[in-house]
Design a protein around this ligand. Sequence first.
Ligand code: F6R
Length: 364
Amino acid sequence: DKGNRRHFMEKEIHEQPEVISHTLANYVDFTSGISKPLDLPFDFAKIDRLALSACGTAYLSGLIGKYWFERVARLPVDIDIASEFRYREMPISKNSAALFISQSGETADTLASLRYCRKAGVPIGAIVNVRESTIARESDVVLPTLAGPEIGVASTKAFTCQLSVLASLAVRAGVARGTISTETEKVLIRALSEAPRYANQVLKLDEQIEKVARELSHYRHVLYLGRDTNFPLAMEGALKLKEISYIHAEGYAAGELKHGPIALIDENMPVIVIAPHDRIFEKTVSNMQEVAARGGKIILITDRKGAEQASVNTMETIVLPDVPEIITPIVYALPIQMLAYFTAVFMGTDVDQPRNLAKSVTVE
Ligand code: F6R
């Protein structure tokens, strides 16, 4: 049931404040600001590596998780897309744990990667949305995303719920490993608890984002750029756009621009830059200046401070609320989903059932 929405995807985008809150509440106690007890088959304090694997959008959530685990908990993460992970014969130390991320819990390559780790004898956790799934059954612990059924083929709410689980796990790991204090834990959990409210505010930018999407629908190629956790998000933005609007889009780390993709820049390829005002904001501003100098058109997704200090002409600037750093990937996921959605609507494509794609990929 789509409720009063035109598409499942639109409905699922709007469900995010609620399902993010629901998912977070499974892992953290908002009132006390501490992690809830969790029966893990490994101890974050005793492992020295974490292996992560998944496909598509779930993989990109894992890539953001890597930044969090390494930064907050000083825990090194090996991550690869499951179709590579399963065949590349990666050495897995006994002192590691493995996490697999899957909305459906049935993705063939992700399952094969899980079985590879099972053979290697390491404890396995599964971040899944479908509780009754093969990946859930074959793991030692199920870490559910409580997104509810996701019908649209393009993953939206499952992604932000995966991020919610990963962020709360990284905080838990940080406390266990003594890399953050219980005071910092409280600060981070308070920040997480604010994600649903900010997500709600972003949903209200729909008129502006729809206007940008109308513009975007006139182009054939789009480049997405970001640094740090906004790099995986840039790839997610490009993935969403290409899969439902069929506009060719690529996501790049902004710092890679001059190592190749800058050759593509002209007035026919808009560049969408995801850049909240963080400690590397100025670096991304330089990249935008390089784009502008070559006649590239910039769509900047930033916050108030970023908009003030961007010192570059943009085709459009989408200004999001100022949010604590740890929740930026969750909050910034929404405008890129909305951009893809509205663009696809303008293009007249089948938003919920894009051509050639299946919701669950149970074959290699
Ligand atoms: C993109 C998308 C796919 C899935 C991928 C993994 O919008 O939906 O890239 O993320 O096929 O699927 P799950 O999470 O079911 O393993």
